[in-house]
Design a protein around this ligand. Structure first.
Ligand code: GTP
Ligand code: MG
Length: 196
């Protein structure tokens, strides 16, 4: 069943070791991926809000875990990206620590992890590391290739096939936030996982 999103609003930003993380136990979807892959943008596309989630053409925009409530029922969480070396070693390590701390602390409420990979770049070692981290926690993960509008249909199919192999034949889908492609397929997947 397609997840219809009728309402979405921002709840709070959480930094590492912030006890605010504990006061919620709603079913949650988290969005992870390398910096600039389009995590914040896909959340806006899903929630049909243009600027609810802050995006930027410069990598390293999201620096806290940002919690949103959808349909007054579920949480969607935007996380910082990983893998962008130019941010500087200290900030890079702080953001990586925040991501793993957040996902681990919330492993009982997270019902779905959406791992975004840029369709043009394809999966990187950092994505495989994140995939392994998530699956070792026992969390369901869906790999979503972002920005498919930048590629032709053949190349999209090729990168999806390749990515499936890299991620042990997990579910892989392609989306474009700017062109609103694949968003309904993602909504359908979310509807199914959150309902159960
Ligand atoms: N062509 C194209 N560009 C996109 C798409 N989605 C996002 N972008 C662009 O990619 C850039 C990064 O988008 P964000 O959503 O901020 O990426 P992010 O993954 O949240 O980045 P961090 O917060 O830095 O980790 C922005 O310039 C977006 O406009 C898409 O579907 N197609
Ligand atoms: Mg972001």
């Amino acid at each position: 069943m397609l997840m219809k999103i009728t309402n979405a609003r921002f709840i709070k930003s959480i930094s590492i070791h912030d006890s605010k993380i504990f006061f919620e136990d709603r079913k949650e979807v988290v969005f992870v991926g390398r910096s600039n892959v389009g995590k914040s943008s896909i959340m806006n596309a899903l929630m049909q809000k243009k600027d609810l989630v802050k995006t930027s053409s410069k990598p390293g925009k999201t620096r806290t875990a940002n919690l949103f409530i959808v349909n007054e029922k579920y949480h969607f969480t935007d996380l910082p990206g990983y893998g962008f070396a130019k941010l500087g070693q200290d900030l890079r390590e702080d953001l990586d620590a925040l991501i793993s701390w957040y996902v681990e602390e919330k492993r009982y409420t997270i019902k779905q992890v959406v791992l975004l990979c840029d369709a043009k770049i394809g999966p990187q070692q950092s994505d495989i590391d994140m995939y392994n981290f998530i699956t070792e926690l026992g969390l369901p993960i869906t790999v979503v290739m972002s920005k498919v509008d930048k590629l032709g249909r053949n190349d999209v199919n090729k990168t999806i096939a390749h990515t499936k192999e890299v991620f042990f034949w997990s579910r892989v889908m392609g989306v474009s936030s700017t062109k609103m492609q694949g968003i309904d397929e993602l909504r359908k997947m979310l509807g199914e996982t959150l309902r159960g």
